[in-house]
Write a protein that binds this ligand. Structure first.
Ligand SMILES: [Zn+2]
Length: 456
């Protein structure tokens, strides 16, 4: 496979257009017949060395995997239509693919000859050009490689996709719908608005819930492959159902999904961990707080545009950063929780700015909120229940400290080792998600009470 093909494979898995045409339905069982590949025709109009298909793509649309490809331009003419008389779809499950460890390099070495042929037959292309196959038999939680081909030559692929539970990974439309429903159900309590634009110019949603002048801020999924919308929306829904008295005294200002462009790529099946926004900037290194200081966590340098922690060309350069910072400056929250860790859950670990260690009064305030949060949890461990002052230059916690004098935490790993192991591998299921939705709800109730009890 050439370098450019590898790059294409790396970028695919999420970029397809949904709902164009349905020309073939998935076969329920794997076809066992053996296909003998015909050689490409030779002679004057030789087509050797050319693939019959191009731009192969795969994505998960919420209930099925969709595999598409276009005819190669060289084979566009009617005289070549016999090449497309029968199409093939291969599928290979990838049980040893490891989220957080494996990236795009896992897939190109795979061989379709070892995969299952799940379809072999006629497909009507849309506009006589685009083939579209739907696999309704893919299992939630599984990672697959697909190939799409004609009977001649090598098929397009491997096209990699992870099938994720839409109830564990909300797509951004779902987030927007849930917020709109809350606003409709509780018009006097919920004020949702567009607070800016994403990199792809989609509306970035922020909401204020409650009437209290004092407020607590929550920010979800600044890092695409991490936690947020599922925890925040559950929390707001339950607080509105059962604790309006509290919300009338202390409000919550929320940005449920801060990096939805990239998070939607995961929802649509990108198998490996994604972190940055579409400009390849780490939003949590882009804030105007010691931004000039180069940091080197996780083996990346923040001034390396290829690195996973790239801080951007200048501070506040990203739409998402600007929207978050102006929303927070407007509301001046007492504290902020930004959900991280992995794959839709964040645990009890709280990390704050390392710069804050210079300021004992601030540390006391920050530790105090953390104590309230942990005391509300069923699980207690004084050894683990310590704020880790480690957040770097350009991060939200460092910006919160320097700009707003506001304790701000990256909410990180669960204390429970088994839960952590599960979410690290992107194996969070509905049950595990619910456990952490409840934990964060409890923690938030304690914090709302704590802030309410403060004199100012
Ligand atoms: Zn993170």
């Amino acid at each position: 496979m050439t370098k450019s093909q590898k790059q294409l494979v790396n970028r695919r898995g999420f970029m397809g257009l949904a709902g164009l045409s349905v020309s073939s339905m998935a076969l329920p069982s794997i076809l066992k017949e053996n296909i003998t590949l015909k050689q490409a025709p030779s002679g004057k109009d030789t087509t050797d060395n050319y693939r019959t298909l191009r731009e192969g793509n795969v994505f998960f649309d919420g209930n099925k995997v969709v595999v598409t490809a276009y005819k190669s331009m060289r084979f566009f003419k009617k005289e070549f239509s016999h090449h497309f008389a029968k199409m093939r779809i291969y599928r290979m499950e990838c049980p040893d693919f490891k989220y957080g460890t494996d990236y795009g390099e896992y897939f190109p070495a795979q061989d379709y000859k070892k995969a299952d042929l799940i379809f072999h037959g006629k497909m009507e292309p849309l506009l006589d050009c685009k083939f579209h196959f739907e696999d309704t038999t893919a299992k939630i939680g599984s990672t697959y490689s697909y190939w799409i081909g004609t009977d001649e030559g090598e098929p397009e692929g491997p096209l990699a996709v992870k099938v994720r539970d839409p109830e564990v990974w909300y797509k951004y439309e779902q987030v927007q719908e849930k917020v709109a429903l809350l606003q409709k159900k509780y018009p006097a309590m919920v004020n949702a608005s567009q607070i800016g634009l994403t990199t792809y110019k989609r509306p970035l949603m922020g909401l204020k819930v409650g009437h209290g002048k004092k407020c607590i801020a929550v920010v979800g999924a600044v890092h695409a492959g991490e936690a947020g919308p599922e925890i925040i929306l559950y929390m707001l829904e339950k607080l509105l159902e059962n604790h309006q008295d509290l919300l009338k005294k202390v409000s919550i200002v929320a940005i449920p999904s801060a990096n939805p462009d990239m998070r939607d790529r995961l929802v649509r099946g990108n198998p490996w961990y994604l972190r940055r926004n579409p400009n390849l900037v780490d939003i949590n290194r882009n804030f105007p707080a010691n931004w000039d200081t180069v940091e080197t966590t996780y083996g990346y340098s923040t001034d390396d545009p290829q690195g996973n922690t790239y801080r951007g060309l200048f501070s506040n350069s990203e739409n998402e950063t600007m929207a978050i910072s102006s929303f927070m400056k407007k509301h001046k929250p007492k504290l902020l929780l930004s959900y991280h860790c992995l794959a839709s859950i964040a645990g009890e670990t709280l990390a704050a700015s390392k710069d804050a260690l210079q300021n004992q009064a601030f540390v006391d305030r920050s530790d105090n909120y953390a104590r309230m949060f942990w005391e509300a949890q069923d699980y207690r461990d004084p050894k683990q229940e310590k704020v880790i002052y480690m957040c770097t230059a350009g991060s939200i916690p460092t910006w919160g400290y320097k700009e707003l004098d506001m304790p701000a935490y990256d909410v990180e790993a669960p204390f429970d080792a088994a839960d952590l192991a599960k979410c690290k591998l992107d194996q969070t299921d509905r049950e595990l998600l619910r456990k952490y939705q409840e934990k964060h709800l409890k923690g938030m109730i304690a914090l709302l009470k704590g802030v309410n009890a403060e004199k100012k």
